[in-house]
Design a protein around this ligand. Structure first.
Ligand SMILES: Cc1cc2nc3c(=O)[nH]c(=O)nc-3n(C[C@H](O)[C@H](O)[C@H](O)COP(=O)(O)O)c2cc1C
Length: 213
């Protein structure tokens, strides 16, 4: 199956059947998230992988009672850093030096530019920037799930404040931004399963004759 066929196959499932997604497929989706690009390479987010049925049951009412939360096999919570701190930057620089086998001092200019960037923004600006990066990983996960023929429902329909409280994310310096239940569609009970996709026609979505104003 090529990529376009995978994207045509996927849809935002409203009902799932509770079937378990094999570990290898989950691993591949998580690996795609890990490989997703981010601005400056900082990956300012953490993804929680929830399989526990009791916990999913507690989360469902915080997400407008959407059944996919409980009917999923794995529930991913994309949480962005609530700030970008010197400790985050230090860790990233040390990791880069180790992976690339270079002395940490050779990365000083890069490190200082990261520190300046983070310091010149408010905490809220840093969080909003981190959340935008988390969305790139989230989109990558959606595509990876489709390639694995695993259904996934992208979700913003939940209360981040209540979920953060339930999962103790504030103490971890995180704020939830999106949810991604992974599982298998319940085509019989899902009103959306057989409806065609609605997308803007390419003539409206793209401008191909681009000229300066
Ligand atoms: C960021 C984002 C948030 C979304 N939130 C929800 C949600 O909370 N619940 C839901 O059922 N679908 C949600 N959707 C699914 C969209 O409605 C769906 O992707 C869109 O209508 C296109 O349809 P398709 O994904 O089935 O092709 C969300 C999609 C995105 C990208």
């Amino acid at each position: 199956m090529n990529l376009i066929e995978s994207l045509e196959w996927r849809y935002a499932s409203k009902r799932m059947n509770g079937e378990r997604v094999p570990e290898e497929k989950v691993h591949n989706i998580l690996e795609a998230i890990r490989l997703a690009p981010s601005s400056m390479g900082l990956q300012p987010y953490t993804i929680l992988v929830i399989e526990d049925e009791a916990l999913k049951k507690q989360i469902r009412p915080l997400a407008y009672n959407q059944p996919q939360i409980e009917e999923s096999s794995h529930l991913l919570v994309f949480a962005a850093w609530d700030n970008v701190t010197p400790q985050h930057i230090e860790e990233y620089i040390n990791n880069t030096a180790e992976v690339r086998n270079v002395a940490v001092e050779t990365l000083n200019d890069f490190k200082n530019s990261l520190l300046n960037m983070a310091e010149n923004r408010t905490q809220e600006e840093n969080f909003n920037w981190a959340a935008r990066q988390a969305y790139i990983a989230f989109g990558t996960a959606l595509v990876a799930a489709a390639a694995e023929r695993v259904d996934a429902t992208p979700m913003e329909g939940f209360s981040p404040e209540k979920l953060d409280e339930l999962l103790g994310l504030n103490e971890k310096g995180l704020k939830s931004v999106t949810l991604l239940p992974l599982g298998y569609r319940d085509a019989e009970n899902d009103w959306l399963a057989k409806l065609p996709k609605v997308r803007r026609v390419k003539e409206k979505l793209f401008i191909t004759e681009v000229v300066p104003a």
